[in-house]
Design a protein around this ligand. Sequence first.
Ligand SMILES: Cc1ncc(COP(=O)(O)O)c(C=O)c1O
Length: 413
Amino acid sequence: MTRDERSREDERIRREFPLIWQHPEIAYLDNSATTQKPACVIESLKGYYEESNANPLRGLYELSMKATDAYEDAREAVRAFLGAESTEEIIFTRNASESLNLVAFSGSEAFLNPGDEILITIMEHHSNLIPWQEAAKRRGAALRFLEPDEEGKISEERFCSELTERTRIVAMTQISNVLGVKHDIRRLAELAHERNIIFVADGAQSVPHIPVNVQELGVDFFAFSGHKMLAPMGIGVLYGKRELLQEMPPFLFGGEMIEYVSRETATWAELPHKFEAGTVNAGGAVGLGAAIEYYNRIGWNVILEREAHLSRLAMEKLSAIPHLRLLGPKKAEEHHGIFTFTIDGVHPHDIAAILDAKGVNVRAGHHCAQPLMQFMGTPSTTRASLAFYNTEDEVQRLAESLAGVRAEMGYRD
Ligand SMILES: Cc1ncc(COP(=O)(O)O)c(C=O)c1O
């Protein structure tokens, strides 16, 4: 692609994101935390509340049915996006954290016995760690940790060596929110299934960056958040295989998740409603549907090409900065747009503040992955994370700002 073609494509895409378009002074590079929203997503929310708003799944009047249709159409859009077999397998939640809590709580009630083991990796986001810690405590099970090599990779041998006769559940991220490394979830799920182990994948960082097909991956559960893939905050998804979801007790109790209630007891609604207690976030679901439509319109070929190009540039520029140490894979294409680093002698909070003064937005801290930080021997790091709407110019601004950080802190080299 020529420079002109790329800048025309940049403009075409960035015009669709009002915040980015109206604020060229900001280089937004915290996309792993949350993404910016295209106008079509913002408009879809407005459209839902102006045209279709009523309490879905409840009223028998036309407007409520319209709201129900909008909500269920969004569920079908998610089903197709993930390649799931049935909409019964798509549960709307608030975010990936709630999806993982749901599977850890209800799944452990159904499938975990005292003495069993849960295997996770040391690089899990706290949202895919604490729910399992708590499940293990509640069920008298043990929580074990897989440790990667120095690039963050987990080989098949390493994986298998941690599986024991007692392993009942494996829960791990597809792409690390700190290292950007992608695990071969399809193969690891296959190895787990050969041993009758349930496989839970955290897709919070993968769904925004790579096409996912849950049936091809063969995972039993898959969790993600809408807000990290252009959709509004407050809507997330748990995919689960129907047979497993059917065996699990509800996670939350109340309206809409029941079939029949007496003074003493209750029976549960069919899937997926059994896991969706109370009034749902229909507007959020509609927004997620619009985000999926946007992904389909722009196309994975464009997204993958742009992110790979920006990742190569980021790797080249950041690797050339003295005293900057990049964590994770050595190859740019293995970072999936996530670049986490330290700069000798400078606290990550100072780095983020210096960059912020130049309009460059990055994240500093433990990235909700404290055990990984302990494993790597650093309490905190700085992370720049890219999305397809970022530009070469923004990566250049990041690199130039980082190159000046030590001087601003008074170092002479
Ligand atoms: C890998 C991973 N899992 C889970 C989460 C939790 O997502 P949320 O805060 O949207 O629930 C995050 C958020 O950064 C993440 O990066």
